[in-house]
Design a protein around this ligand. Structure first.
Ligand SMILES: [Cu+2]
Length: 151
């Protein structure tokens, strides 16, 4: 009895999880899949955004990003140097090669939300405008994952 009930719950969770897992956006030759962020601990003024970018045309460039959630949004690269993890801004943005894809992910390139106006909480959606050199602006919603979980 208990077993079948929990199976039913698992099935419902799987069904309701479907639309969230498949959120993607498109502008010109550029498509964005699964933009996500991580919940922030209380009082932490920065957050990070991750997404995958697919380019079905000529080389393009992610020039900038804007989020109403923070006073600034920058495109960052993270690098490990021995035990030290450092990140720096990519002032020229991120080149997406022709007919290729690029993944912004933990440990690599990411969007940095600086000066958060609110704490990012699991299941929140944060609206971000991505600006591409060729494909133009694209509004996407980043889904906030629980703290410490990978996706
Ligand atoms: Cu950063």
């Amino acid at each position: 009895m208990l077993k079948s009930a929990s199976r039913a719950v698992a099935l419902i969770l799987a069904l309701t999880a479907l639309p969230a897992a498949a959120h993607s956006y498109k502008a010109g030759d550029i498509s964005i899949d699964h933009p996500w962020s991580r919940a922030t601990p209380k009082g932490v003024p920065t957050g990070a955004g991750y997404l995958s970018i697919e380019n079905k045309g000529a080389a393009d460039r992610l020039v900038s990003a804007e989020c109403a959630c923070s006073s600034m949004t920058e495109i960052h690269m993270m690098k490990r140097d021995g035990d030290v993890i450092q990140m720096h801004e990519l002032p020229d943005g991120l080149v997406i090669p022709a007919n290729d894809s690029y993944e912004l992910q933990p440990g690599g390139a990411h969007l940095m939300f600086i000066g958060l106006k609110q704490q990012l909480k699991a299941n929140d959606e944060i609206k971000v405008r991505l600006v591409f050199e060729n494909a133009g602006p694209l509004d996407v919603a980043f889904k906030v994952s629980p703290l410490r979980k990978r996706k």
